[in-house]
Design a binder for this molecule. Sequence first.
Ligand code: ADP
Ligand code: MG
Length: 270
Amino acid sequence: MTASASPRIFVLANQKGGVGKTTTAINLGTALAAVGEEVLVIDLDPQGNASTGLGVDRHHRTISTYDVLLGESSLADAIIATAVPRLSIAPSTLDLLGVELEIANDKDRAYRLKRAFAELAADHDDERRYSYILIDCPPSLNLLTINALASSDAVVVPLQCEFFALEGLSQLLSTVEQVRQTLNHKLSIHGVVLTMYDPRNNLANQVVADVRRFMGEKVYQTMIPRNVRVSEAPSHGKPVLLYDLKCSGSQAYLKLASEVIQREKRLRAA
Ligand code: ADP
Ligand code: MG
């Protein structure tokens, strides 16, 4: 377990929907917790799929990330435990849809989440010391995603191995660069994770080769295979690692977690 003072904050971002952001937030989070890390998932998508997928049903979401962004609750008060040891979540509700309008005219609108993290860090009563915080974003580059990018150390980009993947990636990279220059100078790309990979699909293999050529070392070696167990798990309110630990999807997320930790060690040593 990492007993470092401040958590590493990662944002799962890609303006495309259905590429595996939420699945990766849930299952990378679970895999990191499984190997001893203390993990917090922040659900910043109004759809609340990360909350549902971690077994938090709607009537248990009394305090949500909406209340936190509006400054009406502390992040510490929004956090609830999940069935996974060492994995907690700040859940979301559909209220988040309105947040953009409600804070649109505030000068600090991009820094609401960053402020909540600073308060959490200053809260000495909070026994929990997270080593990783993973933020799940909606599929657009709206104010919610901007809050996530402004408060994070690094971006993890889930990328589906399909024809338009590279085009979407360039767009995302330029947004990240813009945020780095304006709102958050420390922001970097931690890595690109290829999702829903099917080795029998020639086009997918071509896309993998292109992405690796374009992004080099930034692409994690581990690819997440397309695996029906991964897509079944959320309807049981469970991460795939609890639903079927032996399946290829669970094993891939465990490998990804160890790769993320190794990459972190190298970055800290450098
Ligand atoms: P996003 O959060 O980017 O919109 P999701 O994580 O919700 O994407 O994934 C989109 C859909 O694809 C979901 O139905 C999810 O269950 C399914 N899915 C994600 N990863 C896999 C995988 N490795 N194998 C099979 N289905 C997957
Ligand atoms: Mg999602």
